[in-house]
Design a protein around this ligand. Structure first.
Ligand SMILES: C[S@@+](CC[C@H](N)C(=O)[O-])C[C@H]1O[C@@H](n2cnc3c(N)ncnc32)[C@H](O)[C@@H]1O
Length: 294
């Protein structure tokens, strides 16, 4: 999809849903898992005492507000090419959060394709700059760059790679890039599961290109080291998009009690160091082999 059509798509969602999470996703539980995963990586990999996080394609700011609440020393800059999304984010900062949180937040309109510098242009549409961010906006360098389902909106794998390469220019020398995007390969696996359960594949939306390992991840390894990659929504998506619809006449129910309980359990288990999130079933098969000497 070309840039204008994609922008119109997000502008209309921003206008229709404003401060509501539905501006950026139909699924409230996935947002909880995404925030939990970002918070975990910031806790583990960011050592700066007052880290600055730049989210590119921040929508109406849900990730930012959650991180600002969770990390009292964190400062957050959100940019998006949709002025309606940024208007909603500014309204949330000013109306729904304390002055202390608003002081650690900044929002402005910016296209990811032009991100390297400045973070955003204060002449281009709505913006909010909290007191605690003013100096950072002069220095134009941050501890964390993050994206959440933004790169998938670009028009080709080449453009995804190009934008990733540009956006990391904003990072401090020991900064990290948290890239939470839809993966083409695991999406295919999910569709294979649907097929096994007698359902049609779920197509990728016309305005998205999911991340391809060979075209995007592998070449980007020349630019940055991959420290880890976590399949943030594996069990969640297996139940939401395949197992549950297989007994619901194909219907996907985003807000069921089942999904809420599953998500609560995943988050609590993620926080328990001794539990592995894939160690669920009661039945395990151990295969033993005799030592050669016995
Ligand atoms: C699925 S929403 C996710 C929003 C936010 N990251 C979150 O997780 O809550 C994708 C966002 O990316 C933004 N976006 C898409 N293409 C962009 C671009 N080229 N530059 C900046 N923002 C973009 C859209 O306007 C939209 O707000």
């Amino acid at each position: 999809m070309d840039r204008e059509s994609n922008l119109n798509h997000w502008e209309s969602l921003g206008k229709a849903f404003g401060k509501n999470l539905q501006a950026t996703t139909k699924c409230t539980t996935i947002k909880l898992l995404e925030i939990d995963a970002f918070a975990d990586k910031i806790t583990r990999y960011v050592s700066a005492p007052n880290p600055v996080v730049l989210e590119i394609g921040c929508g109406n700011g849900f990730n930012g507000f959650a991180l600002l609440e969770r990390f009292l020393n964190l400062r957050y800059i959100g940019v998006d090419f949709s002025a309606n999304m940024i208007e909603a984010a500014c309204a949330i900062a000013q109306q729904d959060y304390s002055p202390e949180i608003a002081a650690r937040a900044a929002f402005g309109v910016q296209d990811a394709r032009e991100i390297a510098s400045p973070f955003f242009n204060t002449n281009a549409g709505p913006f909010h700059i909290g007191e605690a961010l003013k100096e950072v906006l002069r220095t134009q360098s941050v501890d964390v760059v993050m994206t959440d389902r933004m790169l998938i909106n670009l028009s080709s794998a080449q453009e995804q790679l190009q934008v990733m390469s540009n956006m990391i220019k904003c990072l401090n020398s020991d900064g990290i890039f948290l890239m939470l995007e839809n993966d083409a390969h695991s999406h295919q696996t999910l569709n294979q599961t649907r097929k096994v359960l007698g359902m049609e594949p779920r197509p990728v939306a016309s305005y998205n290109i999911f991340i391809d390992h060979d075209q995007v991840i592998a070449p980007f390894m020349d630019k940055m080291s991959l420290i880890e990659s976590q399949d943030v929504s594996a069990i969640h998506d297996l139940i939401l998009y395949a197992v549950a619809p297989s007994v619901q006449g194909g219907q996907i129910n985003y807000d069921s009690e089942l999904m809420k309980n599953l998500t609560r359990a995943i988050i609590e288990l993620n926080a328990t160091p001794t539990v592995k999130i894939d160690g669920f079933g009661q039945n395990r098969l151990w295969v033993w082999k005799k030592h050669p000497k016995n």
